[in-house]
Design a protein around this ligand. Structure first.
Ligand code: ADP
Ligand code: MG
Length: 378
């Protein structure tokens, strides 16, 4: 675990950004993006795409690979990180980068800071590449849409996390304040405290147990189940208050298996209290205690998650099985992700060439914490 290597954010130009964005767009329906396609999407005023592509490969933001039918470029993790971080710095959501503080199941977590020097938490979602849970099922499910699947999955995971965190925060749930997101990156409040899994004593075991159980029920009353409610996803602040994190797998209480997911969350907490503190309560909530008073689940779904996107994410996370034979590739996948989004990306690339963003980023990066000895880190 080291620092995020952001040296590269200083040196790359608007044209580099545009070429990377072109590869990102090409990857929506190509596993490998041929140089000629990259050139036509990027459409640089003075040409020279091939030289830029080569440089980007040297910096490990792209890789050039041989495919079965043709050769081409693809974004590396570092390249995708770069696109997101560049966008977040140009929006002034983030202006300096610090240490990695965690490796989750499906993420890397860093401390970053905004312009005022306030520390924040940056979560980079990494799905579809490094996670080996239900590997066979997932392989079957994703094999025909391998194209862009890690970009796509990491991005919907981050988008979903941000949407739930925002809805929960607005309702005064104890969650980090969401700040911004882009692609597979979420920026949120940095919670000062200790992961619950590392705590061996707490001031009042019984009242903490009650507080957590009440939280599970209150989530249920708002129409949602956390789905991974355990000691790894709870941070206890220095004042002893539990803060809930990690939301990509949240599930509606209307899901056919809602009761099972609800019970699983409750049992994770019961088991942990028994194991760690020798505490067993005769009381614990059941799904029938849930009284719906809000439609947070519906609100978040309506804000941009198509059923298919949620389904893809749930299959990846092992929450649902693939019971759907239909397979989407190329154009179909592109249609689902949305042409309007492709248009947006094109416009974004256009904006990047035409506005001042680059200067801003260069100014900000003067304050960046730079790490020179880990070229391949980011
Ligand atoms: P994953 O989905 O990969 O499990 P998490 O969101 O659970 O990722 O984060 C992994 C770890 O990073 C957490 O266990 C916690 O220690 C740390 N972490 C995550 N978010 C924050 C935050 N907002 N403030 C402080 N630490 C955090
Ligand atoms: Mg977690």
């Amino acid at each position: 675990m080291g620092k995020l290597n952001v040296t590269i954010l200083r040196y790359l130009t608007k044209e580099d950004f545009r070429v990377l964005t072109a590869i990102e767009m090409g990857m929506k329906n190509h596993e490998l993006v041929p140089g000629s396609l990259a050139a036509s999407i990027a459409n640089l005023r003075h040409g020279g795409v091939h030289k830029l592509l080569k440089e980007l490969c040297k910096n490990r933001l792209l890789s050039y690979e041989r495919g079965k039918h043709y050769d081409g470029y693809r974004l590396t993790n570092a390249g995708y990180d770069y696109l997101a971080l560049k966008t977040l710095t140009s929006k002034n959501a983030v202006s300096s980068f610090g240490n990695q503080i965690g490796v989750g199941k499906e993420s890397n977590i860093y401390v970053v800071a905004n312009e005022e020097g306030q520390p924040l938490c940056l979560k980079l979602h990494r799905l579809g590449r490094t996670c080996f849970r239900n590997i066979k099922e997932k392989r079957d499910y994703h094999q025909h849409r391998h194209t862009a699947s890690w970009l796509y999955l990491s991005r919907i995971s981050a988008t979903k996390e941000f949407a739930y965190m925002k809805a929960l925060h607005e309702r005064d749930f104890p969650v980090p304040k969401p700040i911004d997101f882009n692609r597979h990156c979420v920026v949120m409040e940095l919670v000062e405290g200790k992961p619950f899994c590392q705590m061996h004593e707490v001031a009042d075991v019984e009242s903490l147990y009650d507080e957590l159980m009440d939280l599970i029920v209150r989530l249920g009353n708002h129409g949602v189940i956390h789905g991974d409610f355990n000691e790894f996803n709870i941070i206890i602040t220095n004042e002893g208050k539990p803060i809930l994190i990690d939301f990509p797998q949240m599930i509606s209480t209307s899901h056919p298996n809602a009761e099972m997911f609800f019970d699983r969350d409750v049992n994770c907490i019961r088991d942990f209290f028994k194991r760690r503190f020798g505490y067993e309560s005769s009381l614990h909530p059941t799904f029938s205690d849930v009284m719906r008073e809000d439609n947070l689940d519906v609100e978040v779904s309506a804000s941009g998650f198509t059923r298919q996107m949620e389904k893809d994410l749930y299959v990846e996370m092992g929450i649902e099985k693939d019971d759907n034979e239909s397979v989407e590739v190329g154009e179909e996948l592109d249609k689902r992700i949305g042409h309007s989004e492709v248009e947006q990306l094109k416009n974004k690339a256009e904006d990047m060439l035409n506005d001042e963003v680059d200067c801003e980023v260069q100014n900000n990066s003067e304050e960046c914490v730079i790490n020179n000895n880990s070229e391949s880190d980011i």
